[in-house]
Structures are given as C-alpha cells and as structure tokens.
Ligand binder design. Sequence first.
Ligand SMILES: Cc1cc2nc3c(=O)[nH]c(=O)nc-3n(C[C@H](O)[C@H](O)[C@H](O)COP(=O)(O)OP(=O)(O)OC[C@H]3O[C@@H](n4cnc5c(N)ncnc54)[C@H](O)[C@@H]3O)c2cc1C
Length: 483
Amino acid sequence: MNPSSSHAELLATLRQHLGESHVLTLAQEVAPFVEDWRGRYRGEVVAVVQPASTAEVAAVVKACAQAGVKVVPQGGHTSMVGGATPVGARLSEGSAPVVLSLRRMSRIREIDTIGNTLVAEAGCVLQTLQEAAQAHGRLYGVTFGAQGSCQIGGNVSTNAGGTGVLKYGNTREQVLGLEVVLPDGRIWNGLRTLRKDNAGYNLKHLFIGGEGTLGIVTAVALRLHPQPAVTTTAWLTLDDVSQALNCLATLQSIAGDRIAGFELLNRAQLQAVLATFPDIRLPTDPDAPYAVLVELSDTYAKANLQGLLEDALSQLSEQGLLRDAALAASDTQRAAFWHIRHSISEANRKSGMGLSTDVAVPVKSLAMFINEASRAVQARWPELDIVLVSHMGDGNVHFIPRFSFEQWARIPNQAEVADAVRATVHDVAVALGGTFSAEHGVGHVLVDELARLRPPLELELMHRVRQALDPQALMNPNKLLAH
Ligand SMILES: Cc1cc2nc3c(=O)[nH]c(=O)nc-3n(C[C@H](O)[C@H](O)[C@H](O)COP(=O)(O)OP(=O)(O)OC[C@H]3O[C@@H](n4cnc5c(N)ncnc54)[C@H](O)[C@@H]3O)c2cc1C
C-alpha cells in the first residue's frame, strides 16, 4: 500500500509543520531508519520525520495521536535490541508507525564550568558532547564504542553504561534534568540543573531507561566531571576469571576510585578481533585464556599513576594472579589498547552468528556465572563457542554463544533456537541474583524475557505507569512491554 494514499491527511499536516524535505516517505530515503545496523530487524513506516525543535516534536506527536498512528523515537539507531526500529510493522496491516528521528536537534545549549553542568538537545551525538565538555576542561563520564553515532537522547532512554561506569556511573547518574514531549503532545520542562531537588516524585527517572515508551526526550541537563590530568593504561593476561576478580579487588584497595576501566575479554573474543582486523597486534600473548584492559586516571597532574600501577602489577604477579602485563608507554599505545576493545562489535558481527546477551550478576559471582552458563549452553548446543567481553567492575557480561554462519544456515527454526539459547543464559544469571538486561535495555528482542523473568507485581506497576502516561499506547509499540 502506498503510504501517501492511506495517510494523506497526516502526511499533509506533518509537511505543514516540518517542511516538505523533513518528511521522508520514499523507500531509498527511509531505508537507513527502518532496518537496524546489524540488518536483523526491519519494518515499514508511514514516514520518517526529522523535527528541528521541541515545538515541532510536539506537533508531530499531536498529529500522530489524532490520526491514531504510533510513533517510534529514534536516536543514532545503534540499539543492540531492535529498540528504535519499527520491527515487523506493515503498511498493509495498518501497523506502520512514524519514525521520529532526533538527528536535527543536536545543539549544545549551555556549558557551566562552575556548576559542572551541560545542557544539550537530545539529538546531540555522544562524542560531540564529550568533545564540547573536554574543550571546557571537563569530562562527560559515559563512553563506549558507538559514541560516534549514538545520541544523548538515546543514551538517556536506554540508561547507557559503557566502560566508565566503575568510576562515573551509568547515564542515570549523569542526568540532572530532562525536557520531554509526552504522548499527548504536551511538553514537560524538567530541565533543571540542580544537585538537590526533593520536591515530590523524581519523574525524570521514569524516562531514563524508558526506551521511548513514555515520551520523547528532547533535551537533557547533565553532570560534568573534572577532566583527568593523567591516565595510565595496561593490558593484562590471565588464566581464569577468578584471577581477574582477585586482580580487581587488589587494584581497588591500592588505586581506589582512580580505576577508570576494567574490561575483561576471553580468548575467542580476541581471536575474532585478530581475524577481522589483521593490522591489530595484541600487547601480550594472544593465546592467553583471558585479557584485561585496565585504566587509572587522576585529576592531579603530578599523581604518579605509572608508578602506582607498576607497584600494583608487581604485587599481583607475586601473588600469582597475572600471566603477563604490558603498560602503555605513550598516548598512541594507549589508544591502540582501546582500539582493540572498540573493535569488538564489528569483529563479532563478521565472525559468526553471535547471540549476544547483556547480563549482570553480583561481581563476586562472575566466575560462577561464566562457568555455569558455558556448561548449560554447551550441554544443549555442543557446536557453540563462547565469546565473552565484560565491563567486569560492574558485573556486566556480554556473554555471546556463537554459531558459525554455516551452522546457523543449517538451523531451520532460527528464531526459536536464538530465544532458547538466550533464555538458558538468562536463567543462570537470574538464579545468581542477576539480570538479563544490564545496559542495552529490553527493546524488541527481550520483551518476552521481561514478562517471563520479572515478578508479576513489578510488571503490573510498569503497565500501570505506561497506561497513566500513554493511555492510547502510541509510543514505541512492542518495545519493553508487549501491547
Ligand atoms: C558498537 C556498539 C557498542 C555499544 N556499546 C554499548 C555499551 O558499551 N554500553 C551501552 O549501554 N550500550 C552500548 N551499545 C548500544 C547502544 O549504542 C546504546 O543503547 C545507546 O544508548 C543507544 O543510543 P542511540 O542514540 O543509538 O539510540 P537508538 O538506538 O536510536 O534508540 C534506543 C532506544 O531509545 C529510544 N530513543 C532514542 N532516542 C530517544 C529520545 N530522544 N527520546 C525517547 N526515546 C528515545 C528508542 O526508541 C529506542 O527504544 C553499543 C552499540 C554499538 C553499535
């Protein structure tokens, strides 16, 4: 069905508000917005709209509500769980939504170096925001591989984590205030930059991690931190996860909150990176079972972090907790260590059919989780290998059972197998007091898992909140909660 014939009135209203060129309907124009970056999920749309202001977002939402057409908010479209894609929507079935892209709302409105705050529009790309903070001698604490494409509004809506959580916390810990267009088109201005504000329920927390189901975040007030003056990075190799846990505990006693990153990778993960990027060289033995990328930072320019890390590593070595270690001798080498870490997503996309999971368990249970989850999936699917990368200090593991592309092609019921593999991993995590969704959100992929694994009362409360804010169920259909 041609969208312009079935939704002519809505499209005319949208064009009137946004201008012809910001309402996209042609197949080649909408293509980047209707399929996720891994090419796994797709759907059809009435249109993709690109408002340039909060008032325009409000006008779009009101028009869609009036026409009974659903709205999918979209940031950088880097979701790992199909969160911003109109998954499975069909024009012929009347289920196609409008995708509302925030990419034209990318301004940084204000940076305050006394209060250490930054106010930006939702479409501001994370890296642009980090660079703006840096230019003012400040640091924004959230960092991860997709930072060149993902947007701050998407980060807020998924409560993004990444590699800096150990020191600075998740996105939730950075957000001071929000501006949101509600599902009825009204604008909630909660864009306060206060550190203390106990006047009633703290509503911003509903929208942080709300995955676009409760409204559209249009602007964000964020906390900034002092820029570190010195940073030291090392690449360690280890025999097992228990050693890595002991390393983390020892380093925490010695370096305290100077630890800015502690990332664990297994051998299969490193081999995938080396196979995909032949130019990459590992600083230590590529055949070691595990590697850890550790980083310390301090705002005091004279802090001798290199000496501190050397001392800590020699202590760890004496305790038999290390196979080997390499300290980055320059900024270039440090960037090379991080390049290995940031090459993972691309390497995993190319190296097989990885069924990524995003679990978290109490940090002390990490070794047990990895052993038990490996045993459980390999007992049912012995052909799988396990790729593993972990923001270890947060207990967050991307535990990725991986089929080769050939094995995967031979599986007739792929969707069922993918669900069963993930459920096996999730069950182990939940039994250890963990979660099946640590930092990527629920999106489309984990809707059934949320319903299966969260207590009925928690689910009931979530449905009630959604019903209160979006009684028409207009926002981001079939994400987070089924409806
Ligand atoms: C290479 C790579 C590495 C990654 N590493 C990490 C990592 O370490 N940690 C981590 O947490 N995530 C990671 N991710 C996942 C992803 O980047 C994050 O979830 C990110 O926060 C999504 O931001 P986005 O702008 O791309 O949002 P999108 O993918 O566009 O949207 C994500 C969700 O937020 C909603 N949304 C987007 N913008 C808004 C808005 N303005 N208002 C309301 N709802 C909105 C969407 O509807 C959707 O539900 C990674 C992804 C990639 C590709």
